[in-house]
Design a protein around this ligand. Structure first.
Ligand code: BDP
Length: 712
């Protein structure tokens, strides 16, 4: 059965679905912003718990005391969070009370821990929400009106408590709640690309959060805050080291440090995962081989898994980047990716651990076109992976570009668990300097219809196991918070961490809903200001595409992945250059991936394949990804390609300047520190957008031999 987005949301996730813009404005409940909001540094992320305005008055009637039933560390953390949050949301300390609950009590518990929840007889509803779901309901208990947050586990109750707080934070009514949620996906993981030397691969927000020289004895308070931020949006695990993995992470002294972090995170449901270097048996264990079919190698991994589970009983598993960009892997020994993944899977299986095997591979001998290679390698292995293996596929077939079509492995793998990897750290999208909200990019991806089993086989449905049965489901993100005070470098980059978590919980949510939630929680509940910021965010990714790589252009950068370098033709590998992709010449521009070209379109199911193949039906936003066009090719606007390209760059740079002006208009509505810090970055963005426009057009102009047309 396929899920229809709207229906699924309405039935399964009523609370989330009803969070739409209209409600706030029509109720007109938020108050005027204070004259000068107090300065903030962004450390608290979306967990500031600032008073939501008028709504606080009505909230106060329903939050008079808090009762969290249960003695676990998770219950203690729920208590702490509810007290911390309500104190500032309501402006007064709310007492904890475990005695007979009175009107206005917020009760949190499971049937096991809470007699009160048990007596409500919600067992049928609870059965439907699994281990991580929750119910938040306004109920009468002994005739007293209360709010009950019920779940099957303490972690589910924690997620419910965060949901309840989110309603308060966003100024929504909490008097008639009837919310049932459960996550659509199982593995909702941070992929932190942190190195053991404290640097972060593609990190733009300072050095690594993990203080290896202090662990395991000294624990930074940021470890708890990281876990709180993750748990608040349903993230249930973290791979804490770079996929280009240093084998030392599996050495006994590092494992003890990792275990200390895992202990801190356990109450918050953030499970520990590690990136493993495939050659660890050699590099760390001193064996002569890492051949996956060698018994001593298998024994080494089994012993290593046993050692890890001794220290971290709920260890999630290994993430592996193999035979990609110089990393070792099974192909080094003439074995397949399935052989490699299964080796580790067998070592982890007795402990219920999983292997997450990346499909980010592009060996040149597979095909001349880099974007075709992963599909070719992995489809021939379909069905050959152990049940506890998930193949992790980037959203697009190249590498986190500003716009790519969806990866054809979504839908292409039918007998293998497939999870998706997106990238919240803005490696190719302005890093921490440009304001780019990625929620729209990700919903474009998630909503893409693969047609794997007919229409409606969207990527979300594939991920949720609704198209083919899938043992493991998930959405993970390369999300690199660092030691910067505001975690993410750019205040707006926090929204990408947030959006990732919300979509991993429910990939059917809309980007607008998420942008609005985040804005209200992060900046203000003032309706007009919220509407302005939401609009800025919603258009920001298309703006970035327009001034960098419009009309399906891709990879027009050099090694920094930041500045324009469409002329870049020097790199250790041809597929690391820009000219390999844009192929600009006097004849035209673009990569012919049609049936008459290198036939990459054939990796998609019909009718998607035909839609991309036919220049008349290929969405123009992907034109030069799939087609090679002459400079005077007539685009849908009636303009010739060169003129249309010029127009995109000019529009994009103008949109960046408009973002800056709009932000200026919010001076005084946002605290001046964060306002200034965002303004400083917008100034860089505006200058960069002009640079992109001018340098790209100057370069392509040498081929098109046409002037930039006058822009009206
Ligand atoms: C690319 C990054 C590189 C990563 C690689 C990966 O530039 O630093 O190691 O992806 O995903 O986007 O493995």
């Amino acid at each position: 059965m396929k899920i229809n987005r709207r229906k699924f949301v309405a039935v399964g996730l009523a609370g989330a679905a009803s969070l739409c813009v209209g409600r706030y404005t029509s109720r007109g409940m938020a108050d005027e912003p204070p004259v000068q909001p107090l300065d903030e540094d962004g450390y608290k992320l979306w967990l500031r718990y600032a008073p939501p305005g008028d709504a606080a008055k009505s909230h106060a009637r329903f939050v008079r005391q808090i009762r969290v039933d249960g003695t676990s560390a998770t219950c203690a953390a729920i208590r702490d969070e509810l007290r911390l949050a309500t104190a500032t949301l309501l402006g007064t300390a709310i007492p904890l009370n475990d005695a007979a609950p009175a009107a206005g009590t917020v009760v949190v518990g499971t049937p096991e821990t809470s007699p009160l929840v048990r007596n409500l007889n919600w067992s049928a509803d609870l059965r439907a929400i699994g281990n991580e779901g929750f119910i938040v309901r306004s109920a009468r208990v002994g005739r007293q009106p209360m709010t009950v947050v019920a779940a099957n586990t303490d972690l589910g109750a924690f997620y419910g408590a965060f949901h309840f707080l989110r309603l308060m934070q966003t100024g929504r009514p909490i008097d008639k709640l009837e919310i049932t949620e459960r996550p659509a996906l199982q593995l909702r993981l941070m992929n932190d690309w942190d190195n053991l030397d404290g640097t972060i691969e593609r990190g733009y927000a300072g050095r690594s959060l993990w203080q290896w020289n202090e662990l395991p004895d000294k624990l930074s308070p940021r470890y708890v805050d990281y876990a709180r931020a993750c748990a608040s949006i349903g993230i249930n695990g973290a791979v804490i080291n770079n996929v280009n993995a240093n084998p030392q992470i599996l050495a006994p002294d590092y494992l003890r440090k990792v275990a200390a972090l895992a202990n801190v995170w356990r109450p918050y449901g953030v499970r520990m995962y590690l990136s493993a270097n495939f050659a660890s048996p050699v590099l760390l264990g001193g064996l002569s081989t890492a051949d996956p079919l060698d018994k001593t190698v298998a024994d080494w991994w089994k012993a290593k898994a046993d050692e890890i589970y001794q220290l971290i009983p709920d260890f999630g598993g290994f993430l592996v980047k193999a035979n990609s960009e110089g990393q070792p892997g099974p192909k080094t020994y003439a074995r397949t990716h399935a052989d490699g993944a299964n080796l580790l899977a067998d070592a982890l299986a007795p402990h219920n651990g999983n292997v997450i095997w990346r499909a980010f591979v592009y060996d040149q001998d597979i095909d001349p076109d880099r974007v075709k290679r992963a599909y070719l390698e992995f489809t021939r292995l379909d069905g050959r992976f152990r049940p506890n293996v998930a193949v992790q596929v980037k959203n697009g077939p190249l590498d986190f570009q500003p716009r790519e079509p969806f990866h054809p492995l979504f839908g292409g793998l039918k007998q293998t668990s497939v999870i998706a990897e997106i990238q919240a750290t803005q490696e190719y999208l302005g890093q921490a300097k440009h304001l780019v909200y990625l929620g729209t990019m990700w919903t474009e991806f998630l909503d893409s219809d693969t047609h794997a089993m007919g229409g409606g086989s969207t990527v979300s449905n594939v991920l949720a196991g609704q198209v083919y049965p899938s043992r493991l489901t998930g959405l993970v993100s390369v999300t690199n918070p660092g030691l910067d005070t505001n975690w993410c470098g750019h205040h707006f980059s926090q929204s990408n961490w947030f959006a990732f978590g919300r979509l991993a919980w429910n990939p059917f949510l809309s980007a607008g809903t998420i942008a609005e939630e985040w804005t209200r929680m992060t900046f203000t509940n003032h309706d007009e200001t919220v509407a302005v910021i939401r609009e800025m965010m919603m258009g920001s990714r298309e703006t970035f595409v327009n001034y960098t790589m419009p009309l399906g252009l891709h990879h027009m950068i050099g090694g920094d992945h930041y500045a324009p370098q469409p002329w870049n033709n020097q790199a250790p590998e041809a597929d690391w250059t820009a000219t390999y992709y844009n192929q600009a010449s006097v004849e035209g521009i673009g990569f012919d991936r049609t049936k008459n070209g290198d036939r990459a379109v054939e990796q998609y199911f019909p009718p998607v394949c035909d839609m991309f193949d036919d220049i008349a039906t290929c969405p123009e936003k992907l034109l030069l990804w799939f087609h090679r066009c002459a400079w005077d090719y007539r685009t849908k606007s009636g303009k010739i390609l060169w003129d249309a390209l010029c127009a995109k760059y000019y529009v994009g740079a103008a949109q960046a300047a408009a973002l800056q002006r709009t932000w200026q208009s919010l001076a005084g509505k946002i605290d001046s520190r964060r306002h200034q810090e965002v303004a400083d970055r917008l100034a860089i963005q505006v200058a960069d957008s002009a640079k992109w426009r001018d340098q790209i057009l100057a370069y392509f102009g040498t081929f098109s031999k046409r002037p930039v047309p006058a822009m009206s």
